[in-house]
Design a protein around this ligand. Structure first.
Ligand code: AMP
Length: 414
């Protein structure tokens, strides 16, 4: 998880997204208004905190980060900053659900939001950022599905048509879907129920009902993705689970896998949310990528166990009691940016060297009598050679040789 967090933070930094932390819990109203009452996340999955007193506020654990970030954007006057405000958050989210594979009550997300840019170029930039994150994390060929879900100009007429379509086929709707039809008809489109999948194949498509502005926006998002060389598939049934989304919607799956439980992440444009939460009308887009799902996908691909870095050096010694010397020299190597382990046990030198080899260390630094002259023995465990080196030159010597053998390992700073 920490490795993924590191990759996410580094990519966000490269793209100019600055970190934001929001509270793990907020007033329930932030989520109810920001996510929408008629969504599963609010209706069934919100962890509501029991009030300690009879105070009127209700508090809940955050089920997703966007509502809290937009609340902070408004509350802290970020509308006066140069736009777009580009923010990133990595942290735990909480949803009440029956825990199952890939669906946890506490899970981690890497979240990106660009607030104050109507797109379409930034939409493509963000989708490309997600694609890059997966590739750098080790996911081979993530599959990106995109769609446009229109805006307040064209979606209402489409929803009316969709409701009429389902109304004509009420007998084919499973009871939960029938119930949902009245409250959140768009959600029926991405139902995974086989009966619904069959029915949905003939349902009216939002992309056939986009107004001119939304159609142009969607075409421009696609042409920007094409220009960036990002592969994607169109999915006219892709609707995001949260109500505040407009226009661009996307979701990412591991290659060859479908089904909601394996979605690696998703995102989209939410041009209506800032106003809904009390700010000025402000266009915005973002994504939330599930880090646990990335770990599961890597495990499924046999890439789960990422080996710990083998040390550049293990510092050993003929005097089993001289742990302070060994520790001091290892500390010096670490300060120079090298991965170093000090042998702190009091076992014999032979055993210490065996352990260094088991660690796949590149070098053993053997501390002995030469230390009185400021020197140690440096044994190259890979080459099987050994020489005397001044302690003052040790970090440079190890760093240079280690760098030459192990590409991608940071060179020491001195
Ligand atoms: P959502 O806001 O539901 O679209 O979630 C965004 C991403 O977070 C999903 O694509 C998943 O990767 C991840 N995710 C959502 N819910 C869970 C959960 N209960 N457990 C693990 N990951 C989740």
């Amino acid at each position: 998880m920490m490795r993924l967090e590191g990759i996410a933070a580094e990519i966000a930094r490269r793209y100019g997204y600055r970190p934001i932390e929001t509270p793990l819990f907020e007033q329930t109203a932030v989520f109810e208004r920001g996510i929408g009452d008629a969504t599963d996340v609010v209706e069934k999955e919100l962890f509501r905190l029991a009030p300690r007193t009879d105070e009127s506020e209700s508090w809940s654990l955050r089920p997703e980060p966007t509502a809290g970030i937009v609340r902070a954007y408004i509350q802290h006057g970020m509308q006066t900053w140069p736009q777009p405000v580009k923010l990133m958050l990595i942290g735990p989210m909480f949803r009440y659900d029956r825990p199952q594979a890939g669906r946890y009550r506490e899970f981690w997300q890497f979240d990106i939001e660009a607030i104050g840019d109507p797109g379409p170029a930034v939409d493509a930039e963000i989708i490309e950022l997600a694609d890059r994150f997966y590739r750098e994390a080790g996911i081979q060929d993530p599959v990106i599905f995109i769609n446009s879900i229109g805006d307040e100009a064209c979606r209402p007429a489409y929803v009316t048509e969709l409701v009429a379509f389902y109304g004509d086929h009420l007998d084919r709707l499973p009871p939960p879907e029938r119930d949902r039809l009245a409250r959140n008809p768009l959600r029926l489109l991405d139902s995974k129920d086989p009966a619904m999948v069959e029915l949905n194949a003939t349902a009216p498509r939002i992309t056939d009902h986009l107004c001119e502005a939304c159609a142009e926006h969607f075409a421009a998002v696609r042409s920007h993705l094409d220009a960036l060389g990002v592969a994607y598939r169109l999915d006219p049934h892709l609707v995001r689970g949260l109500d505040y989304y407009t226009r661009t919607a996307f979701e990412v799956y591991p290659a060859g896998v479908a089904g909601q439980q394996s979605a690696l992440g998703g995102g989209g444009r939410y041009d209506g949310l800032v106003e809904l939460l009390g700010g000025r009308p402000t266009p915005a887009i973002g994504f939330g990528l599930g880090l646990d799902r990335v770990l599961l996908a890597l495990e499924a691909a046999g890439l789960g166990a990422i080996a710990d870095p083998s040390p550049a050096a293990v510092v050993v010694g003929a005097d089993p009691a001289a742990t302070a010397d060994r520790l001091r020299i290892a500390t010096m190597l670490r300060a120079a940016g090298l991965v170093a382990r000090a042998e702190l046990s009091r076992r014999k030198l032979g055993k210490q060297l065996e352990a260094a080899a088991r660690d796949r260390a590149h070098f053993a630094v053997i501390v002995g009598d030469e230390l009185a002259d400021g020197q140690v023995q440096l044994r190259d465990l890979e080459a099987g050679t050994q020489k005397v080196v001044d302690v003052d030159h040790l970090a440079r010597e190890i760093g240079r040789a280690h760098e030459a053998h192990h590409h991608g390992v940071a060179a020491p700073s001195s």
